[in-house]
Structures are given as C-alpha cells and as structure tokens.
Design a protein. Structure first.
Length: 252
C-alpha cells in the first residue's frame, strides 16, 4: 500500500488530479478485497446438547476457543435444536456434535438444504452415533453410516492413513484416551474416504476415526474422537478440528 501510494505520488506531477484520485481508489479497493479474502473469519454454528457428555465445557467453551484462535472462525453455539434453521441462514460451516434429538421438521429440512447447497458440515463424536430411529436419512445420506457401540473409555492409537489430505496434512499419528467408536460405513450411503483410523489396542481392529463423506454436493468431514477433554485439549485434535472446518468452508 505504501509503495503503491509513493509510486502514484511520484507520478503525480504528470497526471491530472482526477486520475490520481481514481488510482488511489482502485488501489485501496484492491487491497481491501485481498484483506477480506484472507481475514474474514469462517462463520461456524456448533450444535450441542444431549446425554453422556459435557457439551458446555468441551464444545461450547474449548472447541469454540480452538476455532476462534487468531480470528480463524466466528462461532455461535446452540443447544436449542429448534433454532438451527434460523442460524443456518448466515453460517458457513455447521458443526454437529449433539446426541439430543432434532425433532423439528424445519431444522431437519434446513440441514439437508444446507448440504444440498454445497455448504460445509463437520460431524463430531456423538453426532456419528445412530441417534434417531425416526430419521434414518441423517445416518444414511449425511453420515453414510454410524456407530452403535464403542470400546470402554481408554487409551488407543490413531493412525493417519492419508497424510496428503488437507484435513490430516502435517499431523502425525498419535494416541489418546477416548472412546473408540465402532464406526461402520453404510453401503447404501454415498460412502466415505478414511483419513485416519483408530486401532483397538487388544484385537488390533481398525475403525474410521477421521474421514470425509462422499456427499454429492456438500463438503462433510467427520471426527469420531471427542468424548472429553483428553481429546478436546489435545493439539492433534485441535489441528484436526480447525483443518476440518477450513476444508469444509472451502466450498464457499
Ligand atoms: Zn462419548
């Protein structure tokens, strides 16, 4: 900006003032547009609430801090599922973490419409469960599967199996204490691409832990980790979450 302004000042004795004003306006507008592209925070809506988890502590507080660091995102959190349709109007990435029901038909419709528009969705931990018998489309079409069980809370390894994908790039395999979800892909859904696997320490069984869903329109990322602070306060988890939101938002 300074060098551009100096350049214009140096040339000013040869140019009419109207041209100089015009040039200054163009330079300012161009710089503003570039700044917006890089600095505009991603608008994230976190939906939490339900059983077995401290949603307020780990999602509303800690994940929000993780996502808002260095103005990467602007987060709104709700556990009122009736408000989803309202908030989605100005949301870039919907981050579903809840295992409470979403009974509101407008909210269900708004989530599917959001996906149809090619927006970004991140599914965290409890949102990858088979939570709702009266809403099979959620698991089949958005999640392409789900979990019906998990190992007892304990330590296990998460192996990065695709280190080239933007979600997992520069993240090394790690171990943590969490619930190892038995996520199974549904063959009747759009399918998934596994980026990291959780490995059961006794039997060596492997389950998708970080993956993307091959949805025809939306960019949907899933992180099966996240039962409590052992995940949410872990650097690797925090990087995965920010990467997932960043990747999902690229559809904007
Ligand atoms: Zn859990």
């Amino acid at each position: 900006m300074i060098s551009n302004t100096l350049l214009i000042c140096k040339a000013s004795h040869r140019l009419p003032s109207i041209v100089i004003i015009g040039l200054l306006f163009l330079v300012t507008a161009f710089n503003g547009a570039v700044a917006d592209t890089y600095k505009k925070p991603i608008r994230v809506l976190i939906v939490g609430g339900g059983s077995s988890h401290d949603f307020d502590r780990w999602y509303k507080k800690v994940d929000t801090q993780t996502l808002e660091k260095r103005k990467f995102s602007e987060v709104r959190y709700t556990d009122n599922t009736d408000s989803i349709a309202h908030y989605l109007q100005d949301t870039d990435v919907l981050y579903l973490t809840n295992n409470q029901p979403i009974p509101n038909k407008e909210a269900r419709k708004a989530i599917f419409e959001f996906a149809r528009q090619g927006k970004g969705i991140v599914l965290g931990h409890a949102a990858l469960w088979y939570n709702w018998q009266d809403w099979p489309e959620y698991n089949q079409k958005l999640v392409s599967g789900g979990s019906r069980g998990h190992d007892p809370y304990g330590k296990f390894q998460v192996n990065i199996v695709d280190s080239k994908h933007p979600l997992t790039r520069k993240i090394k395999s790690f171990s943590l204490e969490d619930e190892l979800y038995y996520f199974k892909s549904d063959a009747s859904g759009p399918g998934i691409k596994v980026l990291a696997e959780a490995v059961n320490p006794e039997k060596g069984e492997r389950f998708p832990s970080v993956f993307i869903i091959n949805h025809p329109e939306a960019r949907i990322a899933a992180i099966a980790l996240g039962h409590d602070g052992a995940a949410h306060e872990l650097k690797a988890y925090q990087r995965l979450l920010r990467n997932a939101v960043s990747w999902a938002a690229a559809s904007q």
